[in-house]
Design a protein around this ligand. Structure first.
Ligand SMILES: N[C@@H](CCC(=O)N[C@@H](CS)C(=O)NCC(=O)O)C(=O)O
Length: 209
């Protein structure tokens, strides 16, 4: 059985979204940040960094949202990845690393210094610098996003989930996106698998039971 350790609207949504796209059976283990469960000995035994997502798949325990997505797509649905060794696969690597290193990184810096860090650690001036870096990265990614369809053509890949999830974060952090990226974000957000993943998150919350 696959167990996803997650918390609603965090990076674990990338994983639940992909799991729903793949149609595999999985269970949600809520790590309730509001109760400090990410710092509990039980969860630290799964991820010593105290972060989600974490995933167990049989004997395997895996951290890092990008690595988890690649593992799942390789094992349970490799039509979500281009053929290894092809130019398309190389472009897919580029999209993944660009999204995680160039786009998510300044965006999360904005999030940390706006609301996520303890108040005494927030540095308001950093937000402006990170917003400038994020805008630079969005102009590059905008040139790679098509008007219709997905990053690598007619079929979605893991890179689409990571990018669309990151753009949804930008939207919720009230960070404006160029029109083409906004349209792409909305297009991807209509996928039924994302709706199901959001529903699973809701159902996992204690007050929904
Ligand atoms: N690079 C990691 C980042 C994981 C991460 O920072 N997760 C956040 C939630 S989105 C977290 O668990 N934060 C809790 C904390 O920092 O204490 C990944 O992509 O999985």
């Amino acid at each position: 059985m696959i167990t996803l350790y997650g918390f609603p609207r965090s990076r674990s949504l990338r994983i639940s979204w992909l799991l729903e796209e793949l149609g595999v059976e999985w269970q949600y283990s809520l790590v309730d940040f509001n109760k400090g469960e990410h710092r509990s000995p039980d969860f630290l035994a799964v991820n010593p960094a105290g972060k989600v997502p974490a995933l167990t798949d049989g004997e395997l325990t895996l951290l890092e949202s990008g690595a988890i997505c690649l593992h799942l797509a390789e094992k349970y649905g490799n039509h979500w990845l281009p053929q290894p060794g092809t130019d398309e696969a190389a472009r897919h690597h580029q999209l993944l690393f660009f999204t995680l290193c160039e786009l998510e990184q300044p965006l999360w810096t904005i999030g940390k210094h706006k609301f996520a860090l303890p108040k005494e650690l927030r540095v308001p001036q950093i937000v402006e610098t990170a917003a400038w870096e994020f805008a630079r990265a969005t102009s590059v990614i905008e040139s790679w996003v098509p008007e219709q369809g997905y990053l690598l053509g007619e079929n979605p890949t893991v890179a689409d989930i990571l990018l669309a999830h990151t753009l949804n974060w930008a939207h919720s952090f009230k960070t404006p996106l160029p029109e083409k990226l906004e349209n792409y974000r909305l297009r991807l957000s209509q996928r039924p698998a994302l709706g199901r993943a959001l529903q699973r998150e809701l159902e996992a919350l204690p007050d929904q039971k």
